[in-house]
Design a protein around this ligand. Structure first.
Ligand SMILES: [Zn+2]
Length: 375
């Protein structure tokens, strides 16, 4: 099958998350990949939802070269599209639709690249991971990769998220917390009889803002950040609130761990403040001097529009689930589509980039197969 046909067929399948319904798209990919020789396993995590792992040359003595991505998309949004979001219409060298950039074109490119490599005689293990649930916190990848049988033995990972076909080396992690302060309610005319939870939350927010994390900026990922982004409290004007909640969005750096950060926040906040983790996704970073990254940059250079630079991704990806399972596996994020198109109205992907991605993945595969002692 042609890569553009596959991308268009995937875009026409509604995998908007929520609710997800990734199975409809996996049911298209599973027979395609197994007819090319892959051993395909489905990992269900909810009704109609799941991820797919396809292994070619499973059981090869050397670790696998892995390609990964997600098949779910964000909702269409409230604006009117000039090309229908499930239409996969082609215009001016672009394919339009929800998921065109993020990231059904990347999924199509990695599947077609793998099928072609195998048909052309690739004898190393190739593993493809098509995850569900990425857009709501990498649910599918954390679920699948917690199972050692599905994780397998990755030697290197390419995550096919949209990067305009530039190889990128990582991204910050994300730690989302919901904090709660509790008190005692009372009539608003007699506040001295209550214990105002909102005042406690405000004190906690101020204390959390003032924490000196003493975490140096990462040379390429930048600073860790913390932002308190919601605050909810109170039922009515004339009652002292007995409960206040606020959400914190932290973007973390390599080496920072969710539980340690929560500990620090609880120690800084007034006694009684509780913090529950909504999301804990580790940062991803591979040094450019890592041997596989060096060799990948070398084989990619003649096929790229510009030489590879040391660059990172703004958003988190399923790479985080690989990083949590395998602290040392080298990871590249590289895929067709403009990252600025992700989640936009009239999302599109340039056809040229989808075809370029197939060539890039095959070049990485050829170098992997040619290396005598991988990894
Ligand atoms: Zn994505």
């Amino acid at each position: 099958m042609d890569v553009i046909d596959l991308a268009r067929r995937l875009i026409r399948i509604d995998t908007t998350n929520p609710p997800g319904r990734e199975r409809d798209a996996l049911d298209l990919l599973a027979p395609l990949l197994s007819s090319g020789g892959a051993r395909v396993t489905l990992d269900r995590f909810d009704e109609g939802r799941g991820s797919l792992v396809a292994r070619f040359n499973a059981g090869h003595r050397a670790p696998a070269l892995c390609f990964a991505g997600h098949i779910d998309t964000v909702p269409f949004g409230g604006q009117t599209w000039s090309h229908p979001p499930l239409g996969a219409e082609e215009a001016a060298g672009k394919i339009y639709g929800r998921g065109a950039s993020d990231m059904k074109s990347g999924i199509a490119a990695m599947c077609i690249a793998a099928l072609e490599m195998i048909a052309e005689g690739m004898d190393r293990e190739l593993a493809l991971y098509v995850f569900g649930g990425e857009e709501t916190g990498c649910t599918g990848s954390f679920h699948a990769l917690a199972d050692p049988a599905l994780l397998g033995e990755p030697g290197a990972v390419v995550v096919a998220e949209p990067t305009s076909c530039r190889p990128l080396l990582g991204h910050k992690g994300a730690l989302w917390l919901r904090c709660t302060a509790t008190g005692t309610t009372a009539h608003g005319a007699m506040p001295e009889l209550g214990d105002n939870a909102l005042y406690k939350a405000v004190d906690a927010i101020r204390a959390i803002r003032d924490i000196d994390w003493a975490v140096p900026d990462h040379a390429h990922l930048g600073p860790m950040t913390l932002s308190v982004n919601t605050l909810h409290s109170g039922m009515n004007t004339n009652s002292v609130p007995d409960r206040a909640t606020f959400d914190i969005d932290m973007r973390t750096l390599p080496g920072q761990h969710g539980p340690d950060i929560v500990d620090r926040i609880i120690r800084a906040a007034p006694p009684g403040t509780i913090a529950a983790q909504l999301l804990d996704i580790p940062a991803v970073w591979t040094e450019p001097s890592e041997p596989w990254i060096e060799s990948a940059f070398q084989v990619l250079t003649p096929l790229l529009d510009a030489p590879p630079a040391i660059e990172t991704v703004q958003f988190f990806t399923d790479a985080a689930a690989f990083r949590r399972a395998l602290p040392d596996v080298p990871i590249l994020v590289l895929g067709p589509g403009d990252p600025a198109m992700a989640h936009q109205t009239d999302e599109y992907c340039a056809i040229r980039e989808i075809r370029q991605a197939v060539r890039l993945y095959k070049a990485i595969g050829a170098a992997w197969a040619a290396a005598p002692d991988n990894p």
